[in-house]
Design a protein around this ligand. Structure first.
Ligand code: FES
Ligand code: FE2
Length: 445
C-alpha cells in the first residue's frame, strides 16, 4: 500500500487555491479512487429504462457501467467488464436485453449481473469454475425523484443523508409533479477542460454579465429578456446555499412568476405562466406553501459532478471532460412546452449553445493556466465574500449574504479536500438533515 497523500490545496482564510489540482495526473488518479470510487454519483434517470429488461449505458467516473432494469423491474448498475479477461460485454448506448454476451470467449451474463453461461464450463474448466462468484461487479443504487444514483462504496451513507438538506431546494424542480420527470437526451461532447472548474461555475453568477454579454444582448433584442447588468446581480435578492458539497443558487420568488428556463421569450411566456398557475395547487400539495411559492432553484451542482439539472461532467483525464447534457421536463407537461424547453436548452446550453460556448472557453483557460510552470506558482484567488455566509432562519444550509459570492466555490474545493484526505467514509462529515420537508413529496418521488 502506498502512503496516503495529504492535500492542503485551499486556504479557507484567504480563499487561495493551488492550481495543480486542475492538471496534475497523480492528483487526478487519486480523484478516481477517493471521489469517484466513493461518492454517490448521478448516473441516469428512471425514464431512460422504463420497461423490464431495458438498459442504458453510462459511466461512474471513467468506469463504463450498464444501468439495467431486470425482468422483475429492479435497477442494477453493472460494471461493463467481463470477469474473465475484461472486455466490455455491452457495446451500445441503450436497448432492451435479458442477457449480455462477451464477444471474446462467450461468457454470458443475465441483466441482473449473474454469470449464466460459460462455454466449456465442464470440459475446459473441469467443472471447477466458481461461476457464482464471477457475476458482473455491481454498485449500490438508490433513486431520488426518478434520478438514479450509484456508489461503489459499501460504507457510504444513504442517498438521503448524502443529499441532506440540498433536497429541500432540489425538490422544487425535480419533485414538483405527481407524474415525475422525463429525461431527454443526452447530447454528448468532449471539452478540453478539467472537470472541476465547470462544477464550481454552477455557482458563479459573477461571470454572467461579462462572459455572456453578447448572448444576453441577443436574448434582450430578440427574445424580450431583461437587460443584464452587474448592478442587478449585486443587488439581487437571490441566494447561494451550500450543503454536503452540493452548491445551490435560488431565487426568492415572491411574485407568482414561473422559474426561468431557456426557451422563455416574450412570445412563449404566456404558455409558461399558464402552466405555472395551473399546476401550483399540485405543487403546493407536494412541497408545502413556502417552497411552492417562494423557492425557485437556479444554477446548482450535486457533488461531485452533477451540474445544472441532469447534466454530467465525466472526467476523461486531467485535461479532458466528457459532457452529457440531458434536458429534464415534467412528464405531464404539455408537449408544446416540452418542445420549447428542449429547443431553448439546446440553443443555450447544448454543444453549440450560445452560453455554453462562452463557458467552455473560460473553463479551458482556467485549466490551461494550471499547466504552465510560472502560472502554477501563483495561487487562484477565491476570496469573494469571505465571512459573509452563515445559517439563515428560512433557508437550510450555509447561506451566503449575497447572490454574488465565492462561498460555494471555497466550500466545493473544501469538500473535495475532505474526500481526498479521508481514509474511508468514516472521515467524511455530513451535515444533519434539519430542514422541514412540508408536503407529500418523498425522496422516492
Ligand atoms: S474476456 Fe469475456 S469471455 Fe473471455
Ligand atoms: Fe456561464
Amino acid at each position: 500500500m502506498g502512503i496516503a497523500r495529504k492535500y492542503a490545496v485551499i486556504d479557507p482564510v484567504t480563499g487561495k487555491i493551488d492550481r495543480s489540482i486542475f492538471s496534475d495526473q497523480a492528483i487526478y488518479d487519486d480523484e478516481m479512487d477517493k471521489i469517484f470510487g466513493r461518492a454517490w454519483l448521478m448516473i441516469g434517470h428512471e425514464s431512460l429504462v422504463p420497461a423490464p429488461d431495458d438498459f442504458f449505458h453510462t459511466y461512474m467516473g471513467e468506469d463504463p457501467v450498464i444501468l439495467t432494469r431486470d425482468t422483475e423491474g429492479r435497477l442494477h448498475p453493472l460494471l461493463n467488464m467481463c470477469r474473465h479477461r475484461g472486455n466490455r460485454v455491452c457495446r451500445v448506448d441503450d436497448g432492451n436485453a435479458k442477457r449480455f454476451m462477451c464477444t471474446y470467449h462467450g461468457w454470458t451474463y443475465r441483466n441482473d449481473g449473474a454469470l449464466e453461461y460459460v462455454p466449456g464450463e465442464s470440459e475446459a474448466y473441469y467443472g471447477a469454475l466458481d461461476r457464482a462468484s464471477l457475476g458482473l461487479i455491481e454498485a449500490r443504487v438508490e433513486t431520488y425523484a426518478g434520478i438514479i444514483f450509484a456508489t461503489w462504496a459499501k460504507d457510504a451513507p444513504s442517498l438521503e443523508a448524502y443529499l441532506g438538506d440540498a433536497r429541500w431546494y432540489l425538490d422544487t424542480v425535480f419533485n414538483r409533479r405527481d407524474g415525475g420527470m422525463q429525461a431527454l437526451g443526452p447530447m454528448k461532447w468532449l471539452e478540453p477542460v478539467n472537470w472541476k472548474p465547470l462544477v464550481d461555475n454552477c455557482s458563479d453568477n459573477y461571470h454572467v454579465p461579462t462572459s455572456h454579454l453578447s448572448s444576453a444582448r441577443v436574448q434582450t433584442r430578440y427574445l424580450g429578456r431583461p437587460r443584464l447588468s452587474h448592478e442587478d446581480q449585486f443587488a439581487s435578492p437571490n441566494r447561494h446555499a451550500f450543503v454536503n458539497g452540493h452548491s445551490i443558487t435560488f431565487r426568492d420568488a415572491d411574485d407568482n412568476m414561473p422559474r426561468y428556463v431557456h426557451g422563455m421569450s416574450s412570445e412563449t411566456m404566456p404558455l409558461f405562466q399558464e402552466y405555472h398557475e395551473a399546476t401550483m395547487p399540485e405543487v403546493e400539495r407536494r412541497l408545502g406553501a413556502f417552497r411552492a411559492h417562494r423557492v425557485q432553484l437556479g444554477n446548482h451542482s450535486i457533488f461531485p459532478n452533477g451540474i445544472l439539472g441532469l447534466r454530467l461532467a465525466l472526467p476523461r483525464g486531467p485535461l479532458k471532460t466528457e459532457f452529457w447534457h440531458f434536458v429534464v421536463v415534467d412528464r405531464d407537461m404539455p408537449e408544446d412546452l416540452k418542445r420549447v424547453i428542449r429547443i431553448g436548452s439546446q440553443a443555450n446550453n447544448g454543444a453549440a449553445g450560445m452560453f455554453e460556448q462562452d463557458d467552455v472557453d473560460n473553463w479551458r483557460q482556467v485549466t490551461e493556466a494550471s499547466t504552465r510552470s510560472l502560472g502554477r506558482r501563483h495561487l487562484q484567488d477565491l476570496s469573494m465574500g469571505i465571512g459573509h455566509a452563515g445559517a439563515h432562519p428560512d433557508y437550510p444550509g450555509l447561506v451566503s449574504e449575497r447572490y454574488i459570492s465565492e462561498n460555494n466555490q471555497r466550500l466545493f474545493y473544501g469538500r473535495w479536500q475532505e474526500f481526498m484526505n479521508a481514509e474511508s467514509w468514516a472521515d467524511i462529515p455530513l451535515d444533519p438533515i434539519k430542514a422541514r420537508f412540508d408536503g407529500l413529496a418523498t425522496i422516492r418521488g
